[in-house]
Design a protein around this ligand. Structure first.
Ligand code: FAD
Length: 323
C-alpha cells in the first residue's frame, strides 16, 4: 500500500532553493497527521552535502542521486531518476514546487508515474486519509478542492505560500542509482540572470510597474526603491509587451505567479490576468492616479496620486528609516 509523504527537493548552484524547505515543512505536517514518514528526492551533481539540511525541516529520509549527468538540470534525466526511486518506494503523496523547474519536471513525471496531479496549490490538507489539494481556478476567481484517486497523489505547491518550520530530525541519507540511459537532451548553454538580480518568483518584496511607468526609463525610480527594500522589480504584461522590461519580470496569468509578503503595484490597473499572478501576496499596496482602478479592490493599502510623486517620496521615507 502506498505510504509516506515525499517531496522533490530543488537545488541550484550548490544550494537548496527556499521552496524545498516549504515543501519539506508541509510534508512533515501532513505526514504527522497520517503517522507516516517524510521522504525527499535530491538529484544533481555534488549534492550529497545538502541532504543533511533537509532533515532540519522534518525529512526522515533523503534519497540522493549524485550523478554528473544530472547537472545542469534536464527534464529527461531528472524525471527518469525521480520516477525510478518513486516507483521503487511507492509514496502516497508527492509534492513538487510550482516553480519553473518544478512545473517542467512535474509534467513529465506525472506521465511516467501514470497518476493525477493538482498544480499550483495554495493549501493542502488530509481529508478521509487522502490528500485534498486546494488551488485557485478561473484566474483566482474561486478555489477548487482536488482529490486524486491514483498514487502517488501529486501536487505542486506555489512558492512563498507555505510556511517554513524548523524541526530537527536525524535524517537518513539513502543513495540511489538514477538509472540513466543515454542522454536524450544536452544543455548547450545556460543563460544566467545578471548577478544579484532577485527573481520575482522568489522575492519577499516586489515593486512592480505597469503602463503607468510611461517608458523603460520610468523604472529607475522603482529600481531605487527596490534596492533599498531588497526587493525584485516586476512588471505588467503591458510593460513587457512594450519592450520596457524583460519577460522574466512579468507577473500574471502568462507570466510568473508570485506570493511575496509585500507587492507594491505602481501604475498597474489590476486586470484579472495580472491579479491572477499576484493576488496571493500577503500585503498589496497600489499606487494609481485613477481612484476607480480595479487594483484598489484587491489592495490592502491604496494611494491615489501620481506615482512619479509618490514613489520618490516613499523612497525618501525608507531612506530615513534605514539611516
Ligand atoms: C490571455 C491574456 C493573458 C494575459 N496575461 C497577463 C499577464 O500575465 N500579466 C499582466 O499584467 N497582464 C496580462 N494580460 C493583459 C491584461 O489584460 C492587461 O492588459 C494588462 O495587465 C494591463 O497592464 P497595465 O495595468 O500595466 O496597463 P493599463 O491597464 O493600461 O493600466 C495602467 C494604469 O496606470 C495608471 N497610471 C497611468 N499613469 C499613472 C501615473 N503617473 N501615476 C499613477 N498611476 C498611473 C492608470 O490609471 C492605469 O490604471 C493578459 C491578457 C490576456 C488576454
Amino acid at each position: 500500500m502506498a505510504k509516506g509523504v515525499w517531496i522533490v527537493a530543488e537545488q541550484r548552484d550548490g544550494a537548496l532553493r527556499k521552496v524545498s524547505f516549504e515543501l519539506a515543512s508541509t510534508a512533515r505536517k501532513l505526514a504527522d497527521q497520517l503517522g507516516e514518514e517524510v521522504g525527499a528526492v535530491l538529484c544533481g551533481s555534488g549534492v550529497e552535502a545538502m541532504a543533511a539540511e533537509l532533515a532540519k525541516y522534518g525529512v526522515d529520509k533523503v534519497y540522493v542521486a549524485d550523478n554528473a549527468a544530472l547537472e545542469p538540470y534536464t527534464t529527461d534525466a531528472h524525471a527518469t531518476a525521480v520516477a525510478k526511486i518513486v516507483k521503487e518506494n511507492d509514496p502516497a503523496i508527492l509534492f513538487l514546487g510550482a516553480s519553473a523547474q518544478g512545473k517542467d519536471l512535474s509534467a513529465s513525471l506525472v506521465g511516467k508515474l501514470a497518476t493525477g496531479m493538482a498544480t499550483d496549490c495554495t493549501d493542502v490538507k488530509i481529508a478521509d486519509g487522502k490528500l485534498c489539494a486546494v488551488r485557485p481556478m478561473y484566474a483566482g476567481k474561486c478555489f477548487g478542492e482536488i482529490v486524486i484517486d491514483t498514487f502517488p497523489q501529486m501536487a505542486s505547491l506555489r512558492p512563498n505560500v507555505f510556511p517554513i518550520v524548523e524541526c530537527a530530525k536525524a535524517g537518513e541519507v539513502v543513495k540511489f542509482d538514477a538509472g540513466l540511459g543515454e542522454a536524450k537532451t544536452k544543455v548547450a548553454e545556460v543563460l544566467k540572470e545578471a548577478a544579484g538580480k532577485i527573481d520575482v518568483a522568489e522575492a519577499n518584496v516586489i515593486v512592480s510597474g505597469g503602463r503607468g511607468m510611461k517608458g523603460p526609463e520610468g523604472y529607475a525610480i522603482l529600481e531605487e526603491l527596490a534596492g533599498l527594500l531588497g526587493a525584485a522589480v516586476g512588471a505588467s504584461r503591458a510593460a513587457v509587451d512594450a519592450g520596457w522590461r524583460p519577460q522574466a519580470d512579468q507577473v500574471g496569468q502568462t507570466g510568473k505567479v508570485v506570493s511575496p509578503n509585500l507587492y507594491i503595484a505602481c501604475g498597474i490597473s489590476g486586470a484579472i490576468q495580472h491579479l491572477a499572478g499576484m493576488s496571493s501576496s500577503k500585503y498589496i499596496v497600489a499606487i494609481n492616479k485613477d481612484a476607480e482602478a480595479p487594483i484598489f479592490a484587491r489592495a490592502d493599502y491604496g494611494i491615489v496620486d501620481d506615482l512619479f510623486k509618490v514613489v520618490p517620496a516613499l523612497t525618501q521615507e525608507v531612506k530615513k528609516l534605514l539611516a
